[in-house]
Design a protein around this ligand. Structure first.
Ligand code: DAH
Length: 342
C-alpha cells in the first residue's frame, strides 16, 4: 500500500471514533479544524495528491474525497446529536414536575371578634333592631353629659378616658351613639351599635385599652323592664343555646334607672363553679336598664310619653366565652397561629 493510501486509511480509522467522542460543540469544532481546516489533515492529503504518480491519482483522489465527505457527514451528524442533547438539557431545566406537591395559598380568615360581632348583629336584626354608627372621636357632651354623667362622676376621670385636644376624647363606651341616634331620629327607635371603645387601662389578660362593645337601644311608648328582660334572654338563648340562662342584679349607671348588671350561667361549668367563673357559677355579661328621663330630655324626647331600655355588652368578653380564649390581648396581636384557628 502506498504511503499516501496509508495516510488516508489511518485517518479513516481514527476520525469516526474521535468525532463520536466529542463532548461539546466546541470540541467538535476543534476536530473539524483538525481534519478539514485550511491546515487540516484531510486538506493536506488532498493538496499532496499532486505528488502522487499520475496513473494512481484518479483512484486515490476519489478515496481522499470520499474520506472528506465521510468526515463532513460524521461531524454534521455529531453536531446534530450534541445540539439535541443541549436542547434536552434546556428543556429539563425548565420543565415542571407536575407530581410535586403544590403550594397551598394562604387564605385569610375572619377575625374572631368580627365573627362574634356578626353573630350578635344577626340575633338582634332577627328581633327587628337595625344598625347605627357613631364616631370613635367624641365630645364630652355625647360621651358624658347627655348620658346624665355629671362632671364629677368617676367615669370622667382622666385615669379612665383618653382626652384629646379641643374638648374631644376617644369614646369610652358605645353609649354616645344612643344620643346621636336619638338626636337625629324621632321615636320609636330600635338600634344596635357595635364598635371600638377606648380606656386608659393597663393591658393584662382581661383588660385592653381598646376593646369592643355593642350598644342597644329600644324606645317606644309603654316599653317595660319586662321587654328588656325578654329581649336579652332571647339573645342569650340564641347565642349560647339552652345553656344561655341569665341573672339580673341591681346596679347603677347614670344613663339608666333602674339599672342592672346581667350575668349568664357559666358556659364552662354550667353553673357548677369553676376557675373561669371563680367559683360563682356566673359570668358577667352586660350592663342595662331603663333609659333615664334625663337622657330623653338631653336629646329632646318627651320623657312623659316615651320609655325605653338600653344595654351595653362587651364583644371581646363574649368572644372569649364562646371560644374559651383566656387572654384579651390575643385579639390585637395579629398572631396568625391564633387567628387561623377560627
Ligand atoms: N356604657 C356602659 C359601659 O361601658 C355599658 C352600659 C350599661 C350601656 C348600661 C348601656 C346601659 O346602654 O344601659 O360600661
Amino acid at each position: 500500500m502506498s504511503a499516501y493510501l496509508k495516510k488516508i486509511e489511518t485517518l479513516a480509522n481514527l476520525a469516526p471514533g474521535s468525532i463520536s467522542e466529542a463532548k461539546t460543540l466546541e470540541e467538535l469544532e476543534a476536530l473539524r479544524l483538525e481534519y478539514l481546516g485550511r491546515k487540516g489533515a484531510v486538506t493536506e492529503i488532498l493538496h499532496s495528491l499532486a505528488q502522487v504518480p499520475a496513473e494512481q491519482r484518479p483512484v486515490l483522489g476519489k478515496r481522499a474525497n470520499e474520506l472528506k465527505k465521510e468526515i463532513e457527514r460524521l461531524i454534521k451528524a455529531r453536531e446534530a446529536e450534541l445540539e439535541n442533547e443541549q436542547f434536552d438539557r434546556e428543556i429539563a431545566r425548565h420543565r415542571m414536575d407536575v407530581t410535586l406537591p403544590g403550594f397551598k395559598p394562604w387564605i385569610g380568615s375572619i377575625h374572631p371578634l368580627n365573627q362574634t360581632q356578626a353573630r350578635i348583629n344577626e340575633i338582634f336584626f332577627s328581633m327587628g333592631f337595625s344598625l347605627a354608627e357613631g364616631p370613635e372621636v367624641e365630645d364630652e357632651f355625647h360621651n358624658f353629659e347627655a348620658l346624665n354623667t355629671p362632671a364629677d362622676h368617676p367615669a370622667r376621670d382622666v385615669q379612665d378616658t383618653f382626652y384629646l385636644e379641643g374638648g374631644l376624647l376617644l369614646r369610652s363606651h358605645t353609649s354616645p351613639v344612643q344620643v346621636r341616634h336619638m338626636q337625629a331620629h324621632k321615636p320609636p327607635v330600635r338600634i344596635i351599635s357595635p364598635g371600638r371603645v377606648f380606656r386608659r387601662d393597663t393591658p393584662d389578660a382581661s383588660h385592653s385599652p381598646v376593646f369592643h362593645q355593642v350598644e342597644g337601644l329600644y324606645v317606644d311608648e309603654h316599653v317595660t323592664f319586662g321587654d328588656l328582660k325578654y329581649t336579652l334572654e332571647q339573645f342569650a338563648l340564641q347565642l349560647f343555646g339552652p345553656a344561655g340562662k341569665l341573672r339580673f342584679r341591681p346596679s347603677f349607671f347614670p344613663f339608666t334607672e333602674p339599672s342592672a348588671e346581667v350575668d349568664c350561667l357559666c358556659v364552662f361549668c354550667s353553673g357548677k363553679s369553676c376557675r373561669v367563673c371563680k367559683g360563682t357559677g356566673w359570668l358577667e355579661l352586660l350592663g342595662c336598664g331603663m333609659v333615664n328621663p334625663n337622657v330623653f330630655k338631653a336629646v329632646g324626647y318627651d320623657p312623659e310619653r316615651w320609655t325605653g331600655f338600653a344595654f351595653g355588652l362587651g364583644i371581646d368578653r363574649i368572644c372569649m366565652l364562646v371560644h374559651g380564649i383566656n387572654d384579651i390581648r390575643l385579639f390585637l396581636e395579629s398572631d396568625v397561629n391564633f387567628l387561623s384557628q377560627f
